[in-house]
Design a binder for this molecule. Structure first.
Ligand SMILES: [Zn+2]
Length: 590
């Protein structure tokens, strides 16, 4: 839900309301800053959002599953959270978002200097903000929303407490995820380019080098991993000279930037690769436009990540790969090794505060006496610049140009089983862990007539961890179509019974925080997205928080609750199947 909030008629007492109408002054300042090239020292000042020295458990550009990290992660003072979170500069609340996943409870502040700051995974907002959004939640019967207060109607001053550190959304422990974005383009920029006080890290540490030999078509012919040895802070493979058959080569490095005495293995700021002393490839983490963020899957060795969850930095560019701070020569970071040619490779790994480490090795061409040819992988080849099509009796599959990053094999097949006289086809798409950059169309083309009562409930599930995960899909005449972005087994599914509640709440006390768990009944067979929850007290919607990772709903029992009162809780899935419960003073009843 994306809505605008009109100016509230009352004035909050604890958040300072500065005058927002200072635009001309700041516009001039912004022009001056742009002209000054926005070097660190000319940038407008932000204060630390925790009010003091920052300890980092995550850096900007860090390699995460399927994305580069677009902010910094700030540790809690005592590890438990609840630390007050402060507005980093004067501005207005641009956006308030509450979600069961992603950023959880998050605040976006726009500043007159042209930048916005984002504060995510909050436990709770400042009470003034809480009370205003609670009115909104009650009015719109929605606990989750994405709210855009009318510009400049809701101002904050630098240092105002806006909320408290937490673990909401897709967070693995209490911390503040903090971002600085260019307000107009919404592009996240490395916050540490502003002078926040933070504890510096140790020197970057490299663990492994991976060397790839490419085929003429740009696919990987073979690869080899070398453990790196630390020589006084610089890193080398045990044999400094790597003798390889002639061919085209590229390399990747596995490295971290340790912080807080190695407790946090954060990401690097920049990597440069030199061949015989000349810069060959460079990438840095200055800004991360969202439309380029999926290229993380081209930057890392995705098949390696897929098998081991280890992320690496590739120092060569795949076809159509882009990044805001990426430079390479005509060879896209690779080198052609000829018989008895020798190439001195040096890499410089930099941490954000300027510490560097070096990785060095020599690549030497040597004709193999009788080297065994690597087994070609089975399947048809996809090309990054061509549309790939497949069809059989039950399915068709179309991957448009630029769906894939490289040439590699693909294998597609289908089978069909009959359940309750219904044909249920399963499609198998295998890419040997090669990632999708764009979605590809998977079309179930079975001719069977589905009864109308079932047609509205069909969805496509992807098999993962012993169950079918709902990936959506929809009818196009007699075809059922879904857009997929990873390999796997896909099947047409029908949902099971409606979701259920589990709770240990036996007594209910006024003013107490109460919790219950929502378990989709079909969870053992399917994982369903979009569970909808409504809680009603005396026929009014009661705001609550829902944490999807724990499937946990939390709400405040109304202060005027009496033993005669009932809370009505309705949980429903996206097909409208629902279960209703009544919470009485003595517990929960269906
Ligand atoms: Zn984060």
């Amino acid at each position: 839900m994306r809505l605008k909030l009109a100016r509230a008629s009352h004035t909050a007492s604890h958040i300072s309301y500065i005058r927002c109408g200072m635009k001309p002054h700041y516009t001039l300042l912004l022009i001056l800053l742009t002209l000054a090239g926005l070097k660190g020292q000319e940038r407008p000042t932000f204060i630390s959002p925790i009010g003091g020295e920052i300890r980092l458990s995550g850096t900007f550009g860090e390699l995460r599953s399927n994305h580069f990290h677009t902010g910094i992660d700030i540790k809690s003072r005592d590890g438990r959270g609840g630390d007050p979170i402060l507005a980093a500069a004067d501005g207005y609340l641009e956006r308030i978002r509450i979600s069961a996943v992603g950023y959880g409870r998050a605040i976006y502040i726009a500043h007159p200097n042209g930048y916005s700051t984002v504060y995510a995974h909050l436990d709770r907002f400042h009470p003034d903000i809480e009370s205003r959004i609670s009115d909104f939640q009650k009015k719109h019967h929605s606990a989750h929303f994405d709210l855009y207060p009318l510009a400049e109607s809701w101002c904050v001053a630098r240092g105002d407490t806006i909320g408290f550190m937490g673990n909401s959304g897709s967070s693995a422990g209490p911390h503040l995820h903090f971002e600085v974005r260019h307000t107009e383009s919404e592009t996240p920029i490395n916050p540490l380019h502003w002078h926040f006080p933070y504890q510096k890290g140790s020197k970057p540490y490299a663990r492994k080098l991976i060397l790839y030999q490419f085929t003429d078509g740009g696919g990987v012919l073979q690869e080899r991993t070398y453990t790196l040895v630390n020589h006084m802070g610089d890193f080398k493979p045990r044999a400094g000279k790597l003798k390889v058959p002639p061919g085209r080569y590229g390399w990747a490095i596995q490295a971290i930037h340790p912080f807080n005495r190695w407790r946090n293995k954060n990401g690097l700021y920049a990597l440069e690769s030199y061949v015989n002393g000349t810069l060959h490839y460079a990438v840095c983490m200055d800004s991360l436009p969202f439309h380029l963020n999926r290229y993380i899957n081209a930057h890392v060795d995705y098949p390696l990540y897929c098998g081991t969850k280890q992320s690496t930095h590739s120092l060569f560019a795949r076809p159509h790969q882009e990044a805001s701070c990426l430079r390479f020569d005509g060879e896209r970071g690779t080198v052609l090794v000829l018989d008895s040619s020798s190439h001195r490779i040096e890499m410089e790994l930099s941490g954000i505060e300027g510490t560097t480490s070096k990785v060095e090795f020599v690549l030497e061409g040597r004709s193999p006496e009788s080297a065994p040819k690597p087994e070609p992988k089975s399947g048809e080849q996809v090309s990054p610049f061509q549309t790939y099509r497949y069809s059989d009796n039950y399915i068709s599959f179309t991957a448009p140009s630029q769906t894939f990053y490289s040439s590699h094999p693909i294998r597609i097949s289908s089978v069909c089983e009959i359940q309750n006289s219904q044909l249920l086809p399963t499609a198998t798409v295998e890419t040997d862990c090669h990632p999708f950059h764009k979605r590809a169309e998977l079309r179930f083309t079975q001719a069977t007539e589905w009864p109308d009562s079932l047609r509205d409930k069909v969805f496509v599930g992807r098999f993962d961890g012993g169950r079918w995960i709902d990936v959506g899909g929809g009818w196009e005449d007699d075809d059922f179509v879904v857009w997929i972005n990873q390999e796997g087994d896909y099947r047409m599914c029908l949902p099971g019974p409606p979701p259920e509640i589990q709770t240990r709440m036996n007594t209910v006390r006024p003013g107490q925080r109460a919790f219950f768990q929502v378990k989709p009944q079909t969870e053992s067979a399917f994982r369903i997205k979009d569970i909808r929850i409504n809680i009603f007290y005396r026929n009014h919607f009661l705001p609550y928080s829902y944490d999807k990772k724990y499937q946990r709903v939390g709400f405040d029992v109304p202060i005027d609750w009496t033993a005669r009162d009932t809370l009505k809780i309705v949980v429903s899935d996206r097909w409208g199947q629902s279960s209703t419960y009544h919470l009485l003073a003595n517990g929960l009843n269906k």
